[in-house]
Design a protein around this ligand. Structure first.
Ligand SMILES: NC(=O)c1ccc[n+]([C@@H]2O[C@H](COP(=O)([O-])OP(=O)(O)OC[C@H]3O[C@@H](n4cnc5c(N)ncnc54)[C@H](OP(=O)(O)O)[C@@H]3O)[C@@H](O)[C@H]2O)c1
Length: 253
């Protein structure tokens, strides 16, 4: 049995708590959040608190709060020599306070409270300052997910910046496509199969090999036509992305 306490009540903590409650070899000892509202719904099944000084000992404390608050929250844990991990993609493991043993439990997925998620398919990137703690975290992570990876703090920074490109920036492209469609009374759902096929294809082909479109073909007439169709706000972005695709393809030829 692994005794776990969760610190935080946001998007990640919410899904993690729900999932951990279903795992029989894991016991949720306590939930802490600075405000009780977001963890209130779990009060019948787990002890909840908004007073960090009342946290009981646990095998693992998982801090899942805003990146900026991780350091101060780890300092406020009223125990020493316990395993404390955070769930951030960008914060170094060594930012955690040194009175406790340190680790990272980074679930690489986009979480929103309103959207259900199957945690068993979420890659968990783990790291620990010592090997015994690594084994404990690995044991916990393997109960949580089928996909567990050993990733150092240094690798995690690069993984996180890659995630910004493949998720956050791609989503912004959806936003632009959506607004262009809306402006011209075109249902955005016509693009859904294209979006899904693009994402599916890179499981089989390397992204460079999967690239299609006017920039890949250096179709300058179409490129100029697109630039004439869109607002100046998006022209700059279109040009930069087009040049990036052309340069990348020249390098890989
Ligand atoms: N969302 C994602 O897709 C995602 C994916 C992977 C990893 N992560 C990482 O997981 C962590 C949590 O992200 P999230 O999206 O779940 O955050 P979130 O939904 O924005 O929730 C933020 C949490 O931090 C708490 N908090 C904010 N400032 C605080 C402070 N000064 N002191 C104490 N607690 C504070 C909030 O408490 P209140 O409820 O009282 O405001 C809330 O529990 C972050 O490290 C993030 O990088 C997020």
């Amino acid at each position: 049995m692994i005794n776990v306490s969760i610190i935080g009540g946001g998007n990640v903590a919410y899904h993690l708590i729900k999932h951990l409650l279903r795992i029989k070899d894991v016991r949720l000892v306590q939930l802490y959040n600075r405000s009780l509202e977001s963890i209130h719904q779990f009060k019948e099944v787990v002890q909840i608190t908004s007073d960090i000084s009342t946290l009981k000992k646990a095998d693992v404390f998982i801090i899942s709060v805003t990146d900026n608050a991780i350091m101060s929250v780890s300092e406020a844990i009223p125990h020493s020599n316990c395993l404390v991990v955070h769930t951030s993609g960008s914060i170094d493991m060594n930012s955690l306070n040194s009175k406790n043993r340190k680790g990272v439990f980074y679930p690489l997925q986009t979480f929103s409270r309103q959207k259900k998620i199957n945690f068993s398919n979420v890659p968990i990137c783990i790291e620990a300052a010592n090997e015994n703690d690594y084994l404990l975290l690995q044991n916990l992570a393997e109960k949580v997910s089928k996909k567990v990876y050993r990733i150092s703090s240094q690798q995690r920074q690069y993984l996180h910046v890659s995630a910004v490109f493949v998720c956050n920036f791609v989503n912004h492209m959806y936003t632009i496509g959506h607004s262009i469609c809306k402006e011209h009374n075109i249902p955005f759902e016509i693009l859904h199969p294209l979006i899904l096929e693009t994402a599916e294809k890179i499981k089989l082909l390397e992204p460079t090999a999967a690239q299609t479109g006017p920039a890949k073909r250096k179709d300058t007439v179409t490129i100029q036509h697109h630039l004439n169709l869109i607002s100046t706000q998006y022209q700059k972005l279109y040009k930069q992305l087009t040049e990036s695709i052309i340069r990348h393809n020249e390098k890989t030829l």
